[in-house]
Structures are given as structure tokens and as C-alpha cells.
Design a protein around this ligand. Structure first.
Ligand code: PLP
Length: 344
């Protein structure tokens, strides 16, 4: 069966044109800094985000973990919101690999404020852990693709400067925030010392993320990446896909956002399905089906039987994500199938 796959924006497959870019990539051994395509991608991404330098890594998880490990010493503390990816979905790497103590804050739709964070910053005495990092996520996956407002990021930046704490931004989907608000990527990235962005989500590359920061940080992160086993060789074949994605698939994210909104509005009309429409700001739709009196796994199974794939997102919720490989017609078909499943 040809599924309408709404499980994630990571399920896209490289197009023929992207595969051609991969096939034609000039490569070299990147551990020797010899891969011209990787160097070009890192330069391009750093320029887009207004940072001095970039470092190509295989995954968003490695992007986050290399960053926070490089910024801290074991026993230091990181402050982040309780729903963030770094805390919930990276197999506790921040604790195990970087040796960090996590101080989590209950955010609102993934947003934590300078006022939330300020009282948590440690005094820097003999007894306390050192507060080294504030981690933010934009857009916020678990909150349903919500945008972290730039003014809140700016006030956190100011607090962090006053307190000499570093800010790391998990920008796996920062592209979506930029397209949704029209705020330049560089304005977001000015609020952070280090950033991790992904090419393998909305942009549709098969693999790859990039860490951005100043030259000194990136030189140190290169060493941490090697420690993590992430030093790669003729990896220009993957960087070529990411360059293709950046050049061709960034501005079209607006279509994914429109499709997500259309999906959300239509599904919210189904009896028993609740969607917080205010949280539908980019390409993610989260629905709570408590009111339908149905079990999530049963609904997901019934959707699959009819050709739609979605994922369970907590006990009573289902998540759908729009992306490059689903168009408006697919979304129309998916809505029809959702109706059939809930009205049966
Ligand atoms: C916000 C966020 N950060 C980081 C990641 C990790 O990316 P990867 O799966 O490439 O490790 C994800 C993955 O979905 C994510 O949603």
C-alpha cells in the first residue's frame, strides 16, 4: 500500500535531483579537513545563521550532545524545559556522556522565560553545581511545533550574559520557526552561543545536522565529535544532499505549514478530537482523542489499515507531521480517512 506517512518529517526520501547532487559530489577525507563539499555546507550554514563556523554531524542528537559536552564539565548543571528533546529523547546522553545535572523547568508550550530561569542559576559557591548551560528548543517538538518567541529568547540571552552562562539552541526545526514568523535565522541565532540545526527533518535530506558557534568553540567541538565517533571520511556525498536541501527546500516549508493548518482545522471538527489550534504554528499537529472514547493504538491501527500512518504521542494523543513528501491531495485523503475511522 502507498501510505500517507504523517509520522514525522524525517520520513522523506531523497528526490531524483537530490540523488544526482549526491552522485556528483566532490569528496575528500573530512577528518583531514579535505572534503570540499562538507566545507561548503558548513560555510553556507554558518553564513545563513550569522555564526563564525559550522561543524557537520550525522544527527540532531549528536549536534546537541557534542555542543553541551563541549560547553561544560562533568557535574555542571544545564537548565532546560521539561519537555525538551535533550532531556527526554536522547537516551540520557546529557547525564551519561557529558555528566550533566539537569534542572528542568515546566514551560508553557515549550517556552521558559528569563524570570523562570533567573532564580535557578547557582551562586557559584563551593557547595553548588556550576550552572553552565541554558538549553532552548525552537520549534518545540513535544509542544507540537510551537515557535519560541524571539523576545523571550532575547531576554534569556541578556540574563545569560549577565550571569556568564552559555545558551545552546536545539534548532532541529529552526527553519520552520524562521519561515513561520519571517524573522531572520541570524536573529534567532544571535540569542544563542551554540546551535544545532537539522537537514534531515523539514528540509528533506536523508541525514545530517550542523553545529554552529564561534571558531574557538567549533575547533573544540571537532575534537568532541571525534571522541563520540563522529569523525567522518568522504562524507561530502551526504553534505551534497544537505546543500541541495538548503538551496531548494527551505522556502517551501510554508506549504507544510499550510497543510498542517488545514489538517488541524479539519480534524478538530471531528467529534471527540481535541486540537489546541493555537499550538499549530508550523508543521506539527497533535490531537487529544480522550473525548472519542477510543484507545490511541486502536485508532493508529485503523488509520494504518486505511493507508495513513501517524504516531502515538503520550497516552491519549496522536501526532501528525507534514513534510515534503505529502501534498495537499494527500492531506485531503488523510482527513477523509480520519473521519471514516472516528465515525465508524
Ligand atoms: C527538537 C529535536 N531535536 C533533536 C532531534 C534529534 O534528531 P536526530 O533524530 O537526528 O538525532 C529531534 C528529532 O526528532 C528533534 O525533534
Amino acid at each position: 500500500m502507498n501510505f500517507i506517512d504523517l509520522r514525522s518529517d524525517t520520513v522523506t526520501r531523497p528526490s531524483a535531483a537530490m540523488r544526482e547532487a549526491i552522485a556528483n559530489a566532490e569528496v575528500g577525507d573530512d577528518v583531514f579537513n579535505d572534503d570540499p563539499t562538507v566545507a561548503r555546507l558548513e560555510r553556507m550554514t554558518a553564513e545563513l545563521l550569522g555564526k563564525e563556523a559550522g561543524l557537520f554531524v550525522p544527527t540532531g542528537t549528536m549536534g546537541n550532545q557534542v555542543s553541551i559536552k563541549t560547553l561544560s564539565n562533568p557535574g555542571d548543571e544545564i537548565i532546560c524545559d521539561e519537555g525538551c528533546h535533550i532531556f527526554n529523547y536522547e537516551a540520557a546522553a546529557g547525564a551519561v556522556v557529558a555528566g550533566l545535572l539537569f534542572h528542568v523547568v515546566r514551560g508553557v508550550r515549550g517556552v521558559i522565560t528569563a524570570a523562570d530561569i533567573a532564580p535557578l542559576i547557582r551562586p557559584g559557591d563551593l557547595h553548588s553545581p556550576r550552572t553552565s548551560i541554558i538549553a532552548l528548543e525552537n520549534t518545540h517538538n513535544r509542544a507540537g511545533g510551537t515557535v519560541f518567541p524571539i523576545e523571550v529568547m532575547q531576554s534569556i540571552r541578556q540574563l545569560a550574559d549577565e550571569q556568564r552562562v552559555m545558551v545552546h539552541l536545539d534548532g532541529a526545526r529552526l527553519w520552520n520557526a524562521h519561515i513561520s514568523t519571517g524573522i531572520p535565522l541570524a536573529d534567532y541565532s544571535q540569542c544563542a552561543d551554540t546551535i544545532s540545526v537539522c537537514y534531515s527533518k523539514g528540509l528533506g535530506a536523508p541525514i545530517g545536522s550542523c553545529i554552529l558557534g564561534d571558531r574557538e568553540f567549533i575547533a573544540e567541538a571537532r575534537r568532541t565529535r571525534k571522541m563520540f565517533g563522529g569523525g567522518m571520511r568522504q562524507v561530502g556525498i551526504l553534505a551534497a544532499a544537505a546543500i541541495y536541501a538548503l538551496e531548494n527546500n527551505l522556502s517551501r516549508l510554508v506549504e507544510d505549514h499550510e497543510n498542517a493548518w488545514y489538517l488541524a482545522e479539519s480534524l478538530s471538527e471531528i467529534e471527540g478530537v481535541y486540537i489546541d489550534l493555537d499550538s499549530v504554528q508550523t508543521n506539527i499537529v497533535v490531537m487529544d482523542i480522550t473525548g472519542a472514547g477510543r484507545e490511541v493504538p486502536d485508532v493508529i491501527y485503523a488509520l494504518k489499515e486505511k493507508g495513513v500512518l501517524a504516531v502515538q504521542f503520550g497516552r491519549t494523543k496522536i501526532r501528525c507531521v507534514t513534510h515534503l513528501d505529502v501534498n495537499r491531495e494527500d492531506i485531503r485523503d488523510a482527513i477523509k480517512i480520519f473521519r471514516e475511522v472516528f465515525e465508524s
